[in-house]
Design a protein around this ligand. Structure first.
Ligand SMILES: N[C@@H](CCC(=O)N[C@@H](CS)C(=O)NCC(=O)O)C(=O)O
Length: 224
C-alpha cells in the first residue's frame, strides 16, 4: 500500500542485487518503518555507477537516501529515527521511553552490526582466502557473544523495551544479516524475537516490495 509514485517521501534503492543480498539491502529498513505507520513513499531505483550528484547526497554512494521536500538524509539510523518521529507507534512520546528506543538503534548499528557484518564479509566476500579462514573463528565468536548479550537482555520479553519500537526494527534488521549462519538460531529466544519481527505484516510488505523490484530487473542469465 505505501508505495505511491506521487508520494512526497522518496527513498533510493538498487534495481537489482545478486541473490545473496536480496532481502538484506538497507532500503528495507525505511520501507519497513514507513509500512509500520502507513506512510506512502516512492522509490528511485539506481542502476550501474552512482552519478557524481548522488555522492553530493550520500558521500559513500550507498543506498538508501531519504528525501522529503527539502529534507535529504542518509544513514539508516538517522532515517529510521526521523520516520519514528512521525508516529508513537515506532517512537514513544514519553522522553525516557523515547531515548531508550533510540539507544537500541545505536546498539544495533554500533555494537551488533559491525560484528555480524564482519563475519558476513569474511563468509561472502572473502570466502576461500587464506586470511579469511584464519580470521573466521575469532570473528564468529565475537559475533556470537554480541548476540548472546542481546538474548540475555531479552530473556522472555517480547521486545527490547515495553513495545515494538525503531530499536526493534533496527535490531531485527541487523540480526537478519547473519541469516547465512546459525548464530541467531543458537539462542532460542533471539530466534523467536527475530521471527516475531519478521512476521509483522509491515515487514512482510516491505520485503515483498523490495524483492519484486529485483525480480523485475533481473539481468538475463543472472542466477535467480
Ligand atoms: N551505514 C549505512 C550503510 C549503507 C549500506 O551499506 N548500503 C549498501 C547496501 S545495503 C550499499 O549501498 N552498498 C553499495 C556500496 O557500498 O557501494 C546505512 O546504514 O545507511
Amino acid at each position: 500500500m505505501p508505495i505511491d509514485p506521487n508520494a512526497e517521501i522518496e527513498i533510493t534503492a538498487f534495481a537489482w542485487v545478486p541473490p545473496f543480498a536480496e532481502g538484506l539491502v538497507r532500503d528495507l529498513r525505511p520501507r519497513w518503518a514507513l509500512e509500520e505507520i502507513g506512510l506512502p513513499y516512492r522509490v528511485q531505483l539506481l542502476e550501474g555507477e552512482r552519478s557524481p550528484e548522488y555522492y553530493l547526497e550520500q558521500p559513500f554512494g550507498q543506498v538508501p537516501c531519504y528525501r522529503e521536500g527539502p529534507l535529504k538524509i542518509f544513514e539508516t539510523g538517522a532515517i529510521i529515527q526521523h520516520i519514528g518521529e512521525k508516529s508513537e507507534k515506532l517512537l514513544p512520546r514519553d522522553a525516557i521511553a523515547r531515548i531508550r528506543a533510540i539507544q537500541w538503534t545505536y546498539a544495533a548499528l554500533n555494537s551488533v552490526e559491525p560484528a555480524i557484518q564482519n563475519l558476513t564479509a569474511i563468509d561472502l566476500f572473502y570466502k576461500g582466502e587464506e586470511w579469511a579462514a584464519l580470521r573466521r573463528p575469532g570473528a564468529e565468536e565475537f559475533a556470537r557473544l554480541k548476540l548472546k548479550r542481546i538474548a540475555d537482555w531479552l530473556g522472555d520479553k517480547e521486545w527490547l523495551e515495553d513495545h515494538f519500537t525503531i530499536g526493534d526494527l533496527m535490531m531485527a534488521s541487523v540480526l537478519r544479516i547473519a541469516r547465512h549462519t546459525d548464530l541467531v538460531a543458537e539462542q532460542a529466544n533471539l530466534k523467536a524475537y527475530l521471527a516475531r519481527a519478521e512476521a509483522r505484516p509491515a515487514f512482510q510488505r516491505a520485503l515483498a516490495d523490495q524483492i519484486a523490484v529485483f525480480k523485475a530487473h533481473q539481468p538475463e542469465g543472472a542466477e535467480a
